[in-house]
Structure formats: C-alpha cells, structure tokens
Design a binder for this molecule. Sequence first.
Ligand SMILES: Nc1nc2c(c(=O)[nH]1)N[C@H]1C(S)=C(S)[C@@H](COP(=O)(O)O)O[C@H]1N2
Ligand SMILES: [Mo]
Length: 313
Amino acid sequence: MLIKSIRASDAKPSEITPKSVYMDRRRFLQTAAAGAALASFANGPAGAAKIDGIKKWPGSLTSEKLTPLDSIASYNNFYEFGTDKSDPVRNARFFMPRPWTVAIGGEVAKPATVDLDALLKPHTPEERIYRMRCVEAWSMVIPWVGIPLADVLKRFEPTSKAKFVAFETLNDPKRMPGQAVPSLQWPYVEGLRIDEAMHPLTLLAVGIYDEDMPNQNGAPLRLVVPWKYGFKGIKSIVKISLVEKQPPTSWNIAAPNEYGFFSNVNPKVDHQRWSQAKERRSGEFLRRDTLMFNGYGDEVASMYTGLDLKANY
Ligand SMILES: Nc1nc2c(c(=O)[nH]1)N[C@H]1C(S)=C(S)[C@@H](COP(=O)(O)O)O[C@H]1N2
Ligand SMILES: [Mo]
C-alpha cells in the first residue's frame, strides 16, 4: 500500500524480491550465537522460534510454488517501521513482540484482556497455504501458521449486536519508530464485517512456514484474509472489538477514494491509479491474471450477493 508517491522500485520486477535486503541468515545466526541476549531479541526469520504441533490444513493448495521465506520477510508494507518496502526488515529487527496482551471487547458477553499465550493455548496452530495479493501488482504464496479468527472470537461470546469486528495495532512510537511521523493516523486500524471475520478462511496468524511471525510481517499476531487486498491484513494486533457499526480503516481514512472498506480482490475494479487485472508473482517475471476474490470465490462469493462491488470496493 502506498499513497501519493509511486517509487521506481515498485515497478521494477528486479525489485520485487530485492536481493540487497535479504538477510544474511548464517551471519546473523553467528552473531546471535555470540550473544544469547541478542538471540532472544531477534524475532526475524534469522532468530525466530519454531512453532510446535502444527496441524496441516487439508484445504491448502499443493500445486502452487511457495514463496521463499526470505522474499516474504524482506519486501514488506508496515508503516510503523517505515514507508519503503525495504524499511521494515531493517527497522523492526529489534522489536520485541513479547510480552504481549490482546484486549477483546465491545459487543461480547465476556470481554477480557489476555496474554497472547493464553489467547492461543486452547487452539492447535494450523499451517495454511494462501495466495496473497497486494493492491500493488505483486503476489505471493505464503504458508501461514495461525488459528481461525472465528474460533478465538467465539470464546468471548459475541452478542447479537456484533455486526463488525474492529482491529487495532500497537501504538508505541518508542517501539515502532515509524509512528514518530504522521505517515498514517496512529494507531493503525482495520475492520471486517462479522460474516467475513467468522469465515473459516480468516486467520489470526502467528507464524510463516513453521517459524514465529517475523517482526516485519506483523509479529506476534496479524490478520490474514486471503480474498482481500493486502492492506486488510493488520499487523501486531493489540485490540479486537466487536462493534455494531462499520469501523474506520487506516487506508480509507488516508485516501477514501482509493481504498474502501471491503477491499475484495477484484480484477474488474481498478484502483484509481492503476489496473488490478494482473499481478506479478514474487519470483516470476511475466504477469499473470488476477483471479476474482483471489481465487477463493467458491468459498466467499456468496457473502457478497446483491452487493455492488464497484461501489463497495
Ligand atoms: N499495522 C499495520 N498493518 C499493516 C500495514 C501497516 O502499514 N501497518 N500495511 C498493510 C499493507 S498495505 C500490506 S500490503 C500488508 C503487507 O504485509 P506483508 O509485509 O506481510 O506482506 O500489511 C498490511 N498491514
Ligand atoms: Mo498494501
């Protein structure tokens, strides 16, 4: 996601997985080994812990080639750590995603603020391979490790007034240096309609491959909604509120005529400044056609029958 300036790097295929910002994994591991303290600080792909007991999700794609972790974790959008796609991997390196609590409230019978481990513990993490499409023309195939958002929300017992779910990212400029400047309104906020939030494809993700979420990808907890454009995937979540009215979303606040609430991947509805018909898969040169709902139409299209997807972009 970007607003007014389109950088040259956004267009060049050679920049899609910029080699210059790849982490030198081996060298970093050696550095970490030299100081145990550093190893515990580092939660990037180099220092990430393995996640235990992952269940493979039977619905995962098998035929599509997975995007390598280094690519997933070195070309990011995370304005809390800088506005350039090469910024987060550097600027989030020393972010500490523990201890971490998440406040769940609003229209629920049992609101609570819970430690991340308590939030996750009753659930078995699942590995799910999802195609991801950002609003800019790049796409990846990512094996997320996560928990269905619905399973988590149900424990807090949403009331009949819960029509939407609002999410909030940590707001702490001391830990997130990009928040020192108003590149967006802080904290970053996102929202889903309740049926979208409860859809079995919607994940609260805690890892990639079998490792803890890299900081730059939204440690320790982020949203993954595979039929929507990338910006719906709010990172480093500290608050989840069930609400009656459609909540504000960061990119809609920043540029309302470019980014709507729904943000469904739709090759027929162009972004104001570029076509959405094609995408470049990370690691490939030729662009491919973008699929309606990112290829998840069989599962999700029925939620939007009767909705004008051009007006509700
Ligand atoms: N808190 C927060 N979440 C965010 C963003 C952000 O700037 N801040 N950027 C969004 C955008 S525009 C995209 S495309 C995805 C990118 O996720 P990735 O870096 O894991 O590919 O994160 C989304 N979530
Ligand atoms: Mo984005």
